[in-house]
Design a binder for this molecule. Sequence first.
Ligand code: AMP
Length: 139
Amino acid sequence: MKSSDCIFCRIVAGDLPAAVVYDDPQVVAFLDTGPIQPGHTLVIPKTHADTLHTCPPESLQAVSQVLGRIAHAVVKATQCDGYNCLCNNGRVAGQSVDHVHFHIIPRFAGDGFMQNWPAQSYAEGQMGRMAAEIKKKLE
Ligand code: AMP
């Protein structure tokens, strides 16, 4: 994707307005315009990458340097009981903007968000085989 087609790149370039809460040379954070809760914040690397797995490590490192600090500020500002830090990748996972971003979503007891976590279990031997396969892909 060209960055001129990317709404988050346009925010980085200053071509689209945003409620910016944090800005440094590599990272910007701003409020989500469709918040799950007030204070729902998006943290993005300024350099365009579609997804987490295609994002250069330097960009992720820059984000990780400040993600916890921004989350802490959201906690203090919203007085939330907890928060989810989510990075959706691919349409099937709910990604609608193809510029990697981390949601910080304030959570409150009984808010009803993400009630469904349909955990499965592994068949005998399946977990070890899966782990071996992923390890191989990391070599
Ligand atoms: P995702 O579905 O994980 O790709 O999340 C994209 C998020 O970006 C959604 O929660 C949208 O509400 C939010 N969003 C879309 N356009 C804007 C915008 N111009 N400024 C702030 N947030 C936006």
